[in-house]
Structure formats: C-alpha cells, structure tokens
Design a protein around this ligand. Structure first.
Ligand code: UGA
Length: 431
C-alpha cells in the first residue's frame, strides 16, 4: 500500500517506520527541513529504543522515504495519515492549528480517491471539521475521513505497534474500513483485535482511555498515601486488587505523579471538551488536581526524610525523566522536586541514562554527573526518581562514602524488607 504520514514526530515516525516494515511504501512528510535532513542522513531525531534499526532497514530497502514535499507524497499515496501535534492551548484544550493546516494542504492535492486517517489525538468531532475543510476544495466522493487513534507508549512504541491489544478505527461509512483493515491485517493475524465504530466514537475512545489510565494511577497514589499512615503495603493492595479481572493488574504502580506528553495534556483537554458539550467531567478534574498535588507531597516527603533540614544537604537523583526508556522530561515530577529542594539550599547531583537536561542547566547547586557512582559518592540522600533497569540492583553502601545516608525509592524498586536490614535508612512509597 502507498501511505503518506503528515507529520514526522513521535507518532508519525514510529508508525510510518512500522508500516514500512510491514512491506508498505511510506512517505514521511515534515515541514521542518532539518528533521528531514537528519532522517535522510540515517540519524534518528528522537529517542526510542529499537526505532533506529527499523528506520535504517526500511530506508535502505526504499520503502521508507522522508520529504518536505507534501504535495508529491499526498498525490502518490492512497492512505494519508494526519500525525501532527495537538499541544495544549491557553484554556487547556487541544490546539488544532496543525491539524487544520494539514487538512488544508491535503485538500489541495487530492488527485484521486484518498482515505484521510486522523491519528493525531483530537477532541471528539474533529473528524467532522477536517471533512468540512477538505470538502471546501474537493467533492465528497473523492475522499473519506476516518479516525485511527494511537495507543503507543514512549519507550515501548515498537512493541506496542507490533503487538497492540486493539486497533481502533472510526468511520461513518463501513465501506472505507476495508483498506485500513487490510493495512493492519498482519497485526490482526498475530492476535490484535480490530475494533471499528463511528468516527466520533474512535476519537473519544482515545481520550477516555488516557483519562482512565491516568485516574487509575492517581487513585493508587492516593491509596498509597493511606497505606503509609496505616502500616499496609501498597504492593500487596495492588496485587490483591489486580487479581480481580474487572480491575486488571496493570497501571496500579505507585510512584511520582504521572507525566509525559500525553496524560497531563489529554486529561486537561477532555475536561475542556466536556465543558464545551456542557458535561462536567468532575472525576478527571479531580484526578488532575490530585496528580499536581502529588509533586508537592513527594517533595515534602523528601524534606521530612532529611528531618526538614535541607540546607547544604547533598542529594543524589537517579533518573529525572518522567519514566524509564525515554529522554522526555515533560510533566516529570523532577521538574518540581529538584528546583524546590535546590531553592531550599540542597546541593543536588543527578544522573540520567539519557544525559544532562537543559531544564536544570541554569539552577544553582544542581549538577549533572555522568555515572551513578559519581552522583552518589558523597550524598546524604539518594532519590530513585525513574525506574531505569540500571537502578534496580545497586549496592548503596558501596556507592556512597557517607555513614548516615538515606535512600528514598520513589518507584519501589527494592524490597523494603531486605532494605530495612541494611546500614542505611530506606524509604519507599505506600509501605
Ligand atoms: C500513554 C499511554 O499509555 C499510551 O497508551 C498512549 O498512546 C500515550 O500515552 C499517548 O497518548 O500517546 P506514555 O505517556 O508514553 O503512554 O507513557 P505510560 O507508560 O503510559 O506512562 C505515563 C505515566 O504514568 C508515566 O509518568 C508513568 O511513570 C506513569 N505510570 C504508569 C505510573 O505511575 N504507574 C503505572 O502503573 C503506570
């Protein structure tokens, strides 16, 4: 099949490369010349484990192409995916300016029947808007607009693409489903469920899924707070709850506030959509509040571990990204904790497998170290912020020269039973 991905950001690049890997010819289009130049010189502009290999292989095979020439790519494709960003606008809604731009550009290049597939995360009814924009230039029998939301996780995107739980497609006319069903057939053959509904239904599934997952995390974090006061182990509570198939065992892990480029943005956007349609999504609103408060609660907990004497204390942060296997800092709890502790006079070393971060470069008393041992050598408190594999079996006693140091494991990577037998004080979450 001939495919055009409009927007070569995270979703467009990962999906485009994976579609090419399934034997399709894929044009990845972007307005940013520099990004296209990087890709055409065999480099990858984003951090995503495994992507590099797939891009190189399919580029070499001539199935994956990168261009700024949208006109040519649209004209030569049957399926056109809109994969542009929908950042948060001032009022918290999803800013649709890039979707609108893409729709306008596509409409100028419809030379034969095209299926336009919206993969960007967009509020319910955006497909109607895209259809209206295109129909200003093109007759309605020359195109169809369908919705195919993306459920990839950063750091796991290749696996999520290849082995999805489900593929959701929304079309107002079932006739248009066949082509996209054919595209995904290799994944369906391996067990993915192909679920189709109407266009608005698919759009809402994406937001509802993210808002629900975010609620699950915020809920568990609050139950974790209660566990700390009642001498109960949150890990047992999560296991006991998760065994109920109605609840499910995944996404019950406690830790920092949820972050990333999606949950914070999409939870806000769905509440604005709710308000627009005069529906108060009060649960999601309180999830957002709870998640923001989480960052303060954990900062206060770190201060309490230091007996509220933060000034001149050496703190070592292990990991600063919002989760492991990504270099993404968006919505990361470290963005609140590090500046706030540094402001109170703490001297902070941090290490992250993806390198130093511009977000901390101007902060006084905050230093990037390129190894775990340098970070922890002279520390009063080690804070495990992100769950990278390389932090999972450390010998803290060997890592630091101090006698009375403490460890705050914000991801519950270690057994508190074992750690409590060590010569340092160990703190974790919800237990
Ligand atoms: C999320 C969704 O999981 C994807 O399905 C979706 O496609 C994507 O958003 C998107 O809308 O594009 P992502 O943001 O990459 O993916 O990351 P997740 O792995 O879902 O983690 C999000 C946040 O939740 C992280 O801060 C993570 O640490 C936290 N989390 C996750 C927990 O605190 N506990 C858990 O049990 C799971």
């Amino acid at each position: 099949m001939k495919i055009c991905m409009v927007g070569t950001g995270y979703v467009g690049l990962v999906s485009g490369a994976c579609f090419a890997d399934l034997g399709n010819t894929v044009w990845c289009v972007d307005k940013i010349q520099n990004k296209i130049d990087i890709l055409n010189s065999n480099k990858i502009p984003i951090y995503e484990p495994g992507l590099d290999e797939i891009v190189k292989k399919n580029y070499k095979a001539g199935r994956l192409k990168f261009t700024t020439n949208l006109n040519f790519a649209v004209k030569n494709s049957d399926l056109i995916f809109i994969c542009v960003g929908t950042p948060t606008s001032k009022n918290g809604s999803a800013d649709l300016k890039y979707v609108i731009q893409a729709a306008k550009e596509i409409s100028k290049n419809i030379n034969n029947f095209k299926i336009i597939v919206n993969k960007s995360t967009v509020p319910v009814s955006t497909g109607d808007m895209v259809e209206n924009i295109i129909s200003k230039k093109v007759k309605k029998n020359m195109f169809a607009v369908i919705s195919n939301p993306e459920f990839l996780r950063e750091g796991e995107a290749i696996r999520d693409f290849r082995f999805p739980d489900r593929i959701v497609v929304g079309a107002n006319n079932k006739r248009f489903l066949n082509k996209i069903k054919k595209l995904y057939q290799p994944l369906v053959n391996k067990g993915a469920v192909f679920f189709s509904t109407n266009r608005r239904g698919a759009e809402l599934i994406k937001y509802a899924a993210n808002a629900f997952l975010a609620s699950k995390i915020a809920f568990m974090n609050e139950v974790g707070n209660l566990c700390e006061k009642t001498d109960v182990d949150i890990e047992d509570v999560a296991l006991g709850m998760g065994l109920d198939k109605r609840i499910g065992a995944r996404f019950l892990r406690v830790g920092p506030a949820y972050g990333g480029s999606c949950f914070p943005k999409d939870t806000k956007a769905i509440t604005v959509t709710g308000d627009k349609f005069k529906t108060n999504l009060s649960i999601v609103k309180s999830v957002i509040k709870s998640n923001n408060l989480r960052k303060t609660i954990l900062t206060k907990k770190a201060e309490k571990i230091l007996s509220n004497k933060v000034k001149n204390k050496n703190i070592a942060f292990l990991g600063v990204t919002f989760k492991a296997n990504t270099d993404d800092m968006r919505g990361s709890t470290s963005l609140i904790m590090i500046p706030s502790l540094a402001k109170k006079g703490a001297k902070i070393n941090y290490y992250d497998p993806t390198g130093s971060k511009k977000e901390f470069s101007k902060l006084k008393n905050v230093k990037y170290c390129d190894t775990i041992s340098k970070t922890c050598a002279n520390t009063d408190l080690i804070i495990i912020h992100t769950e990278w594999d390389e932090f999972k079996s450390l010998n803290f006693t060997k890592l630091t020269k101090r006698k009375n140091f403490k460890v705050f494991d914000m991801r519950n990577l270690y057994s508190h039973v074992d750690e409590n037998k060590k010569n340092y004080k160990y703190y974790s979450i919800g237990r």
